[in-house]
Design a binder for this molecule. Structure first.
Ligand code: SF4
Length: 441
């Protein structure tokens, strides 16, 4: 008998990718084989799950568009199952909308229901299933997992968020903070190391408010796992960056000298309206302290342009933070109104065209800084953890990352994959570096 195939399509952040690994693990245990094939014709998957993101409206619209496109396919292959899960699905108004507007969607489940997926797959044989109940802690330690990349991996250490930034839907769809036990995290990292993983990124919506231990201690424990050469973490909230954490980062050679520290806006008024719990001055002090303790640290951040109460003068403070901090990389977003959040009730002061002008200005400023910082690395030798074959240039073009998370492409042979290789940087672009092998470590 032909085995049934399943396809998982993921939107959004690394946390969602991480959840998709567990969804794939459950599907494999349920007897499916995994596919990335399209959904049409005989080669189409028997089951498709969209693991969705609720952080921005355009990601939601893409999901609705893709569900709409499946109407035809479902008419041709009515036995195909379609499911929607993740942050978007956790919202009651979204689940209701899918129920009415997409009658051919067979099941919807929220972020708390991952562990119930095996039952959902069973029940859906006889009826449509909608499970957005907030029962259970969602940690679901016992779930199987299917990972794709052997050299690097993400490990969720906590879920949820207590911060309620006024624009953000995460606390509503992921719930309050829950931290995993250190022993469970270490066991997972040991398993990864045994399979050849060399770098782990600890994940959490608010990773450094990890509650079971001071976060620096968790970093020490994870970096102590034999075989693990690098440890990173995302995303940090500035209010939870402690001197102890910075000390651990400074002294532990396995903890990457890289910090992703979202700042979101430069104006104190906008930061207060966002409920971010710090000021521009405090953020800049924090950055200055980190740079002093860890010279050369690679910094990245998230910033939102066009928050409803942001004026042009407020936006100038955002530009000022960018200039003073000199981020290596910045993740930039135009404000997206999210139903049910306090910011959704704030009337916008700037028209969308003006927000776009500010956004373009921000990108131009940051691109110049990123290029300058990358160009400063030309001629240096960087230790690159080789992750695999690059996207272009054939099988001999490898790709990996520096300690500061910069992408480096270079010619090499595939025996280097999974190893730390010294690469001399020869060329810089805004988003990546090119180099040549200098010497094996
Ligand atoms: S810290 Fe703020 S932006 Fe980040 S997930 Fe929590 S509420 Fe959202």
């Amino acid at each position: 008998m032909k085995t049934k195939t399943a396809r998982v399509i993921t939107y959004g952040c690394q946390q969602n990718e991480n959840d998709s690994e567990r969804i794939r693990g459950i599907l494999l245990e349920a007897g499916y084989t995994l596919t990335d094939h399209g959904d049409d014709g005989d080669g189409g998957a028997d089951l498709i799950i969209f693991n969705t993101c609720a952080v921005r409206d355009n990601a939601e619209q893409r999901v609705y568009g893709n569900l709409g496109a499946l109407r035809r396919v479902k008419e041709q292959r009515p036995e195909m199952l379609i499911g929607v899960c993740g942050c978007m699905a956790q919202q009651t108004h979204v689940a209701e909308h899918i129920k009415k507007r997409f009658p051919y969607v067979d099941f919807v489940f929220g972020t708390y229901a991952l562990a119930r997926l095996p039952q959902i797959l069973y029940s859906v044989r006889s009826q449509r299933v909608f499970d957005i109940e907030r029962s259970g802690d969602g940690l679901a330690e016992h779930l199987p997992r299917h990972r794709q990349n052997g050299v690097t991996a993400t490990v969720s250490v906590m879920y949820g968020c207590n911060n309620f930034c006024s624009y953000c839907v995460v606390p509503y769809v992921r719930g309050r903070e829950r931290s995993r036990a250190p022993k469970d995290i270490i066991r997972e990292v040991e398993g990864l190391a045994a399979q050849g993983c060399r770098e782990v990124t600890l994940l959490g919506q608010n990773v450094n408010s990890y509650a079971e231990l001071p976060f620096g201690e968790l970093l020490e424990l994870v970096s102590g796992v034999e075989g693990i050469e690098r440890v990173r973490f995302v995303s940090s909230h500035p209010k939870d960056v402690t001197p102890e954490l910075i000390d651990v980062m400074a002294r532990n050679r396995k903890v990457c000298k890289q910090l992703h520290l979202p700042f979101q806006a430069g104006s104190d008024k906008v930061l207060a309206d966002m409920n971010r719990k710090y000021t521009k001055e405090r953020y800049l002090e924090l950055v200055a302290g980190v740079k002093e303790k860890i010279p050369g640290i690679a910094l990245s951040g998230d910033v939102i342009v066009g928050f409803p109460t942001e004026t042009d003068e407020d936006f100038d403070h955002t530009i000022d933070v960018i200039r003073q901090t000199a981020f290596d990389m910045l993740f930039t977003f135009i404000y997206s109104k999210r139903e049910g959040t306090p910011a959704a009730k704030m009337p916008p002061v700037l028209p969308p065209e003006r927000v776009k002008v500010n956004f373009d200005r921000l990108i131009a400023e940051q691109n110049a800084v990123s290029l300058k910082k990358n160009t400063a690395l030309v001629g240096t030798t960087q230790q690159v953890l080789v992750e695999g074959v690059g996207k272009s240039g054939g099988d001999s073009m490898l790709t990996g990352r520096t300690d500061g998370a910069k992408i480096v492409n270079f010619a090499g042979n595939q025996t280097m994959i999974g190893k730390m290789i010294g690469v001399k940087i020869t060329r810089a672009a805004t988003w990546s570096l090119t180099g040549e092998v200098a010497a094996n470590k």
